[in-house]
Design a protein. Structure first.
Length: 304
């Protein structure tokens, strides 16, 4: 593989995303919310950017770090698990990091966990010593085992890892878990979390110097806005004027709220952009503190 040097003459930014699978739709939706649109090609592997010179390459997620490292793509949306596993294997092979995480994207959340048969009485990690552990993430698992000082046999499987103990191929597994339903269906229980993952925007280890660097900056700015919008809600309510000092501390995640006096200045109407989750519990707490007519509205656009 050649290092991440820009391919001469390319003045369009190219982003690799998963063609199909868990991250495919959310990745496209996120990029679309940044104002990108594309013309689909007939083979559906390449999408030509129409609103901006930013094209999509639709590939398998495992290929994304390599495509960035080779300079075939400038950016990619991929699970942190895939990025770190391949980063470690690059380091193990002596070639060093050629890609890096630029921005977590807030979807595709999961964790890499060790799971053991339900029948095990679990105490601690030392029980893994001398055991066979099946995984598709040999680098992340080996690194963790080395850090813990545990000697165990890593059994590399490319798929269906959770069935390995029943087939007698392994004693335990190390695999991605989200709901945990797959583990439970295979009479396994998660006992340790090695690594927390989510979809991330990945880019080359070195900065892009040409026009693509400017496009990347523009995209990162829009992504930042789009991600903030996803987390943000507009909260509105009314309350007696004198309750403001009690109500404001209940809004620690709000940007400087707008407060208007109404009803002959007896009452206030407040609106605040909140960046944390506005749960029922929080709304009930505000109501108990005197807020009335509480309303939570989605935010369509945000420009600081
Ligand atoms: O075809 P391609 O190679 O592109 O896709 P893939 O089959 O390798 O990947 P895909 O689409 O399954 O996953 C893409 C990425 O989604 C992963 O690299 C993770 O970053 C992320 N992700 C999030 C997950 C899960 N959640 C997840 N639950 N990837 C896999 N799983 C597996 C899990 O291991 C279990 O076997 O899904 C199964 C169901 O999980 P539970 O815990 O909800 O039962
Ligand atoms: Zn894959």
């Amino acid at each position: 593989m050649t290092p991440a040097t820009p391919v001469a003459g390319r003045d369009r930014l190219r982003i690799a995303i998963q063609k199909s699978g868990r991250l495919a739709e959310p990745a496209r939706a996120l990029l679309a919310s940044c104002g990108l649109s594309w013309r689909e090609s007939r083979d559906r592997l390449f999408c030509y950017g129409e609103s901006l010179p930013i094209d999509l390459l639709l590939v398998r997620d495992d290929d994304i770090p390599g495509l960035i490292a080779e300079g075939v793509c400038d950016l990619g949306i991929v699970g942190r698990n895939v990025l770190c596993e391949q980063d470690l294997s690059g380091k193990v092979n002596g070639s060093g990091a050629r890609f890096r995480e630029l921005q977590p994207l807030g979807f595709g959340g999961c964790r890499l966990a060790v799971a053991v048969p339900d029948s095990w009485t679990w105490r601690d990690a030392s029980q893994l010593a001398g055991k066979r552990i099946a995984t598709s993430y040999p680098q992340l698992l080996s690194k963790w085992l080395a850090e813990q000082g545990i000697e165990a046999q890593v059994v590399l499987l490319s798929g269906s890892v959770e069935i390995a103990p029943r087939l007698g191929q392994a004693d335990a597994i190390c695999d991605l878990v989200s709901s945990g339903a797959t583990l439970a269906a295979n009479q396994l229980k998660p006992v340790l979390t090695l690594f927390e993952s989510e979809a991330v925007l990945a880019g080359p280890a070195a900065e892009l110097e040409d026009v693509r660097g400017e496009l990347m900056e523009l995209l990162l700015r829009r992504l930042d806005g789009a991600l903030r919008i996803r987390r943000s809600k507009l909260l509105m309510f009314q309350a007696p004027r004198e309750l403001l000092p009690t109500l404001l501390p209940l809004l620690p995640d709000a940007e400087a709220p707008t407060v208007m006096l109404i009803d002959g200045e007896e009452r206030l109407a407040l609106q605040a952009l909140c960046h944390g989750a506005l749960t029922w519990q929080r709304l009930e707490e505000l109501k108990r503190a005197g807020a009335r007519g509480l309303m939570v509205l989605p935010v369509e656009g945000l420009l600081a």
